[in-house]
Each structure stands twice: as structure tokens, then as C-alpha cells.
Write a protein that binds this ligand. Structure first.
Ligand code: SAM
Length: 180
């Protein structure tokens, strides 16, 4: 992720003062999880990743923290692991940097998980997605996601896009969804 985009995600997280329950839907190396644990009042942070390598890396980075509930599971199975509403959910799509580039998020599971996570959001709860259309699988994922996002009921959720207007070659961008 470009540094400026990471900074923007952090600013959005920082502005949300009332985070008690959150989910990191793509834990990876654990950087986003660590940021939430260190910078919010989160009491429980559910984490999902399908790779054991991610679990090992994230647990090493975060250390012992009872608030962090990691699940070695796909995020489209969220209903089996999260039995409460969420104030925040974040997705950092694509593949694990430095890991196997074949293991990447896929639009079918991303959308399935988004449908379920939208239902779990508290009022004014947010979903933040960082999307990378710069690689072939990411381009397909971003196109399919945009079709899905355009159909979300505006009476229930605001869906916003933060994107570079002055960078070539399909730069990454952020989608923020907020429940009304
Ligand atoms: N946020 C991470 C960090 O701070 O290091 C980086 C995440 S990385 C870009 C994307 C991660 O999504 C990979 O670790 C990958 O294994 C994971 N992933 C892919 N498909 C998934 C799925 N269906 N459910 C949960 N995680 C998935």
C-alpha cells in the first residue's frame, strides 16, 4: 500500500473514537491489527486470514494480547466466529507482501463476507477497504466490487471512495462504508 493511503486509513480509524469491537478481515502480517490495538479503545479485535504464515507473522508482531482473537478461517465464514455487532471492519485486499502471490483475496469471497459484515455493523459503524487494481486478480476484484458497492442501499449505508486522481496505472484506493 502506498504510504499516503496507509496514513489515510489510520486517520479514518483515529477519527472513530467509539471502537469497542472490530474485525481485521485480512490480518496478513498484522500491521493493521496492531494499529487498531495500539490506537483505539478496542476491547475485542477479531482477525481472519486463511494462511498459517499470516497467523505466525501477526502473532509475532502483536505478542500476547487477549483482545486479539485470531481465526485461521476465510472472512466469508464470519458468522461462525463473530456473535456480536462491529464498530469497525477493515479489509486490506490482495496478497501477503513477501508471501505467496497466488494466495490472494477473491471477489466472490470478499463480496460474500461484505454482505455479512454489513449486517453486523453498529449504527455509524464503518468498513474500510483498501483495494489494489494494479495486479490482474486485483483488477477483476475491484471491478466486481464496484458493481456490488453501487447497489448498496443509500438509505442504510454511505459508500465513499478515496482515490488518487494524479497517479497512472490503476493505483490503489480506499472505500469507506458507513452505516447510517
Ligand atoms: N493487513 C495486512 C497487514 O497489515 O500486514 C496485509 C493483508 S494482505 C494485503 C491480504 C491478506 O488476505 C493475505 O494475508 C491473505 O492470506 C489474506 N486472505 C486472502 N483471502 C482471504 C480470505 N478469504 N479470508 C481471510 N483472509 C484472506
Amino acid at each position: 500500500m502506498g504510504k499516503r493511503l496507509t496514513d489515510l486509513v489510520k486517520i479514518i480509524i483515529d477519527r472513530k473514537k467509539d471502537i469497542k469491537v472490530a474485525a481485521d478481515m485480512t490480518v496478513g502480517a498484522g500491521n493493521d491489527s496492531l494499529y487498531i490495538l495500539e490506537n483505539t479503545k478496542v476491547e475485542r479485535l477479531y482477525g481472519f486470514d486463511i494462511q498459517k504464515e499470516a497467523e505466525i507473522k501477526a502473532k509475532k508482531l502483536i505478542g500476547e494480547d487477549l483482545r486479539f482473537i485470531f481465526n485461521l478461517a476465510s472472512h466469508d465464514q464470519i458468522e461462525n466466529y463473530v456473535k456480536e455487532n462491529l464498530d469497525l471492519a477493515i479489509y486490506n485486499l490482495g496478497y501477503l507482501p513477501g508471501g505467496n502471490k497466488e494466495i490472494t483475496t477473491k471477489y466472490q469471497t470478499t463480496i460474500k463476507s461484505l454482505e455479512k459484515t454489513l449486517d453486523l455493523l453498529n449504527k455509524e459503524g464503518k468498513i474500510i477497504l483498501t483495494i489494489y487494481p494494479g495486479h490482474p486478480a486485483g483488477k477483476v476484484e475491484s471491478e466486481e466490487l464496484e458493481k456490488f458497492l453501487a447497489k448498496i442501499d443509500p438509505k442504510k449505508y454511505a459508500v465513499m471512495k478515496l482515490s488518487y486522481q494524479n497517479r497512472p496505472k490503476n493505483p490503489p484506493y480506499i472505500i469507506v462504508i458507513q452505516k447510517n
